[in-house]
Design a protein around this ligand. Structure first.
Ligand SMILES: Nc1ncnc2c1ncn2[C@@H]1O[C@H](COP(=O)(O)OP(=O)(O)OP(=O)(O)O)[C@@H](O)[C@H]1O
Ligand SMILES: [Mg+2]
Length: 443
């Protein structure tokens, strides 16, 4: 075709273009070899003219290339191979310094049948296109896609972590508002308790006075007319006066006892939530344990015996309301670890600049594979509806915020011991107690 147009111009273009062009006859002898091929192979047209392609270039993939060229001769079809299938035909150096894993010119090749006047394929023209730049761009693009996939994966992980953190925050806010509610109710109950207590005192005094008066009446009873005596004795029998006299005092003293119990619960509830004194304070951790035990006493009474082994460590700078939450979670977890009745031991002590608290039970224990996971939000082995699996992750966050540590030691069938370590000083007195929830579980 080129011959029919302007052979000189076509020849010029083939010579000058940035494309390798060469042609072979059916015996694989070279009949065309352009400037690009000369430059990159180091062999000139003059030296190659009429020579066998495979004799001149033994490094070529002979059997594959022969088959490819023979097909084009036989079928007269155009053929193509890309660098992705076969990186290169000739091992040429790339024009520019090559970076990365690419050390040779990557080539796309086309195989064009050239027919004689009778339509028979006379020659096969082969072109080589340098694709190294494209390949490098593609490689970088693939790397960029991998990086962006990795980024997306990390973002996804972050979203999950954020979701977990949000849920923990809800949980801790829920606990805090339950505490506030309890403290509010406790405060409201305080007033009626006050006047009932004072009324009980007055009632006790009045009853004692009345009894004194009754004793005098009784001593003078025989002096009354017989009819009146009979009537009085009938009424005394009806109301069981002898029993009533004894019972009145007992009733009053039982009521006073009950009332003092209510007062203690109310004061424990207030202490436990510490709404009236939130934030960083100097606190006695043994008192924290005592109030917490009083608050959860109903939950643990029928499941465990509580043993206290207090070492009287120094006071600690902490957010007491939050330490109470931690203790409550640990004690409730311990009480839920007994198939039947068990023992919960609470110990305290001092170690260097730290105070420690241990909550130990002789329950079912935690298998080693779960010990890695118990601080993860939502990890629970309890039946649906029983545990949310947030208790320990909230505990861990609170202790981390206190720059302390929460360590678990457990053996299946023997029991579990959680050890809380809290630094004695923080220098945060009076600050508010915002807790951040991020990266909750220990690594
Ligand atoms: N003292 C313990 N003995 C045995 N297993 C425990 C003990 N404490 C925690 N675990 C295990 O750790 C898991 C997670 O505890 P966590 O307090 O975080 O959640 P939970 O108790 O299941 O639910 P929630 O506290 O939200 O009601 C529990 O489900 C349990 O398997
Ligand atoms: Mg729990």
């Amino acid at each position: 075709m080129a011959d029919q147009q302007n052979p000189q111009l076509s020849g010029f273009i083939v010579e000058r273009m940035e494309l390798g062009v060469f042609a072979v006859d059916s015996s694989f002898n070279i009949v065309l070899w352009n400037h690009f091929m000369h430059t990159h192979s180091g062999k000139s047209w003059e030296s190659l003219k009429g020579t066998n392609l495979f004799a001149s270039f033994p490094e070529l993939p002979e059997s594959w290339l022969k088959r490819k060229i023979e097909h084009v001769f036989a079928l007269g079809n155009y053929a193509f191979t890309s660098w992705e299938q076969r990186a290169y035909l000739f091992r040429f150096k790339h024009n520019r310094p090559i970076t990365g894993g690419v050390d040779a010119m990557l080539q796309n090749c086309t195989f064009l049948p050239l027919r004689d006047a009778k339509g028979k394929v006379e020659l096969v023209v082969i072109t080589l296109q340098d694709c190294t730049d494209n390949a490098l761009i593609q490689q970088r693009l693939a790397e960029a896609i991998t990086v962006s996939d990795e980024e997306r994966r990390k973002q996804q992980e972050l979203i999950v972590k954020l979701e977990d953190a949000k849920n923990q925050l809800y949980q801790s806010e829920k606990l805090a508002s339950i505490g506030q509610l309890a403290a509010g109710v406790a405060h409201e109950i305080n007033n009626p308790i006050g006047f009932v207590n004072s009324n009980l005192g007055t009632l006790e005094r009045n009853v004692t006075d009345l009894m004194k008066l009754m004793a005098v009446f009784e001593s003078k009873e025989t002096e009354l007319p017989k009819d009146t005596q009979r009537e009085l004795s009938k009424i005394k029998k009806e109301i069981d006066f002898e029993y009533l006299k004894e019972d009145l005092a007992a009733l009053i003293s039982e009521s006073k006892e009950g009332l003092s119990h209510v007062r203690r619960i109310v004061s424990d509830l207030k202490d436990f939530s510490r709404v009236d004194q939130s934030g960083w304070q100097i606190a006695d951790l043994e008192k924290c344990i005592d109030t917490t035990l009083n608050v959860v006493s109903n939950e643990i009474r029928y499941k465990a015996t509580v043993v206290k082994e207090y070492g009287h460590p120094p006071l600690v700078e902490c957010v007491p309301g939050q330490i109470n939450q931690v203790l409550m979670n640990l004690v409730v977890n311990a009480s839920q670890a007994f198939p039947e009745r068990g023992q919960i031991t609470l110990r305290t002590g001092e170690e260097g600049m730290y105070v420690w608290i241990e909550v130990e039970d002789n329950g079912i224990g935690i298998p080693p594979e779960n010990q890695q996971r118990i601080f993860e939000p939502f990890f629970t082995t309890k039946p649906v509806g029983t545990g949310t699996g947030l208790g320990l992750s909230v505990c861990y966050n609170i202790i981390r915020k206190h720059e302390g540590d929460l360590i678990v030691r457990s053996e299946v069938g023997k029991g579990t011991c959680f050890r809380i370590l809290l630094p004695i000083f923080h220098g945060k007195m009076g600050e508010s107690e915002e807790i951040e929830f991020a990266n909750s579980a220990p690594q």
